[in-house]
Design a protein around this ligand. Structure first.
Ligand SMILES: Cc1cc2nc3c(=O)[nH]c(=O)nc-3n(C[C@H](O)[C@H](O)[C@H](O)COP(=O)(O)OP(=O)(O)OC[C@H]3O[C@@H](n4cnc5c(N)ncnc54)[C@H](O)[C@@H]3O)c2cc1C
Ligand SMILES: NC(=O)c1ccc[n+]([C@@H]2O[C@H](COP(=O)([O-])OP(=O)(O)OC[C@H]3O[C@@H](n4cnc5c(N)ncnc54)[C@H](OP(=O)(O)O)[C@@H]3O)[C@@H](O)[C@H]2O)c1
Length: 283
């Protein structure tokens, strides 16, 4: 049976509006990398690895802009801490899934083989260069604020420069600690830094909304002295202690007040001091 004329498709007479769509070419000239692995932890958290541009040099702890092409063909770019160390052949990222977030509503669906945009311009303050030499290094994280420490914990300089490294990670639920816990537990078996880690690493995970062995905001546990009692170490001292802080704005401000109250000064790449801070997200 022949279809009626108004249902027939005549390519030659079609207007540009109705012509079959040509394969979409991205409306950008930004560099892309290929996704090699994806792992989901909860309905809000996942990690993924990508190829690394040969030209990309970065310091462990820095962040870059990554993204995808939006439905309108325009790139959607966001800041992401590089979670892999500077020596790794690939790049790793640890990500939130915001269900109505412009980027992560799409990014959460990436699969190995997909391309993501990656601007190879690393920057950031959570770097060893921004701290003065010290004996004990604290990594304070909430939520995805663990990401820069996933890089720094696998960085040999972290273990060469300090006698003791303490990583605290506070999340609402136990499952939200998984990425960090697995990474920390794997460090002693790491072929590059395993031996350096021995006897130096302390891991202090806490939850605030689900029962776990250690509950409470890290700020509360510092102020009550419980953190130091649990670890059997003296309170923060600007002579020996150095700190990095990465979490929400509220967390960062509370930690800044605590660290300054203990006599530590905020440092920067241009002027190293006793602690550094970076937001894990805006808003
Ligand atoms: C310096 C820097 C480094 C960052 N590194 C990372 C990283 O390593 N991993 C990562 O997942 N995100 C990171 N972010 C946040 C990231 O840039 C995006 O905001 C996030 O990917 C969500 O993008 P979106 O477009 O889906 O939503 P957006 O419009 O960017 O955010 C929507 C809302 O979601 C919430 N939100 C955004 N990001 C987070 C988060 N990470 N944790 C909890 N709530 C969040 C905030 O309330 C925000 O207002 C970083 C941000 C900055 C400034
Ligand atoms: N995590 C979830 O299950 C969930 C689910 C849906 C939506 N969201 C939304 O996503 C956004 C980010 O959530 P998130 O859980 O990733 O980050 P978050 O709200 O910053 O909380 C992460 C952890 O940090 C603690 N914390 C928050 N502010 C602090 C401060 N000032 N000092 C010390 N500790 C502090 C929280 O404790 P408290 O629990 O005491 O706040 C929690 O354990 C929020 O807007 C949230 O409403 C989160």
């Amino acid at each position: 049976m022949v279809a009626p004329m108004d249902e027939m498709t005549d390519i030659a007479t079609m207007s540009p509006d109705t012509a079959p769509e040509a394969p979409k070419r991205p409306a950008h000239n930004l560099p892309t990398e290929t996704v090699t692995q994806v792992r989901h932890y909860t309905d809000r958290l996942f990690s993924f690895r990508t190829t690394r541009p040969r030209s990309l040099r970065f310091r462990s702890g820095e962040f870059v802009m990554i993204g995808l092409v939006g439905d309108n063909g325009r790139p959607i770019l966001r800041a992401y801490s590089i979670a892999s160390p500077a020596w790794d052949e690939e790049l790793e990222f640890y990500s939130i899934k915001v269900q109505d977030g412009p980027l992560t509503s799409k990014l959460q669906h990436i699969q190995p083989g997909d391309e993501i945009i990656l601007k190879p311009k690393p920057v950031g303050t959570l770097v060893h260069d921004a701290l003065l030499p010290g004996k004990r290094l604290w990594f304070f994280a909430t939520g995805t604020g663990f990401a820069p420490y996933a890089s720094l914990l696998r960085e040999p300089q972290t273990w060469e420069d300090y006698d003791e490294v303490i990583i605290t990670h506070t999340c609402r639920d136990v499952a939200e600690l998984t990425y960090g816990r697995e990474l920390v537990e794997a460090l002693p078996d790491d072929p590059l830094i395993g031996e350096m880690v021995a006897g130096k690493l302390r891991y202090y995970p806490t939850t605030t909304r689900e029962e776990s062995p250690k509950m409470g905001r890290i700020t509360t546990l510092i102020e009550s002295g419980e953190l130091f009692a649990d670890l059997g170490i003296p309170p923060l001292d600007p002579k020996s202690d150095r700190a990095m802080v990465c979490g929400s704005l509220a967390f960062n401000l509370d930690m800044k007040a605590i660290l300054e109250g203990a006599g530590l000064r905020e440092g920067a790449n241009s002027e190293p001091a006793e602690f550094v801070i970076e937001k894990a997200f805006v808003g």
